[in-house]
Design a protein around this ligand. Structure first.
Ligand code: ZN
Length: 189
């Protein structure tokens, strides 16, 4: 009977250690950051704020999985991968202008690729260490939706490759931008 006590302590200790290792090695680590994140979000004013439930109601399932659940569409499956029209790519969730066709290039990766966003303030980036990789996540600066990742193997002049999911984007053709501008300037007269 006397021997059982230390064994029990040892067992409790090792179970505890294993749980800790599991927590530290998995995405559960994020749980530790949530209070910090919430604080950040309160300070960082977003133009578009909706609950995940609201996003779910607005967005089609496949877009919701990418934009709000940080999913990735299969390579070469997206409608903007081989897309060469002139215009602006906007956030599929909130319509924020993100990328211009002027900065789109064929990376051969299977996803629409841009060497820079339309404006520095259009996107945010966050370190992403999921799936045993060190990557940099790209998010819409206005609504925090997941867009894709940015890598440092892009062309000049930036050397960056914004690798973006087609499902995270909508497209506004140049003609509509032009007519929109004309309309706006006519209204201002
Ligand atoms: Zn957005």
């Amino acid at each position: 009977m006397k021997m059982r006590k230390p064994n029990k302590i040892l067992l409790t200790l090792s179970v505890g250690l294993f749980s800790l290792m599991f927590i530290l090695s998995s995405d559960n680590l994020n749980a530790f950051q949530s209070a910090e994140e919430i604080k950040d979000r309160m300070n960082d004013e977003k133009k578009v704020q909706k609950s995940e439930q609201e996003w779910k109601e607005i967005l089609p399932d496949d877009e919701f999985k990418i934009l709000r659940k940080k999913g990735t569409e299969p390579a070469f499956s997206g409608k903007f991968n081989n897309f060469k029209k002139e215009g602006v790519f906007v956030c599929g969730a909130c319509g924020n202008p993100l990328f211009s066709s002027d900065h789109k290039y064929d990376s051969g990766s299977g996803w629409p690729s841009y060497y820079k966003p339309i404006d520095k303030s259009a996107v945010d980036t966050e370190p992403d260490n999921s799936l045993f990789m060190r990557r940099t996540e790209v998010l819409c600066a206005d609504c925090d939706s997941h867009l894709g990742h940015v890598f440092e193997d892009g062309p000049e002049p930036t050397g960056l490759r914004y690798c973006i999911n087609s499902l995270a984007l909508d497209f506004v053709p140049e003609e509509e931008l032009e007519s929109g501008k004309k309309q706006a300037s006519a209204e201002n007269k």
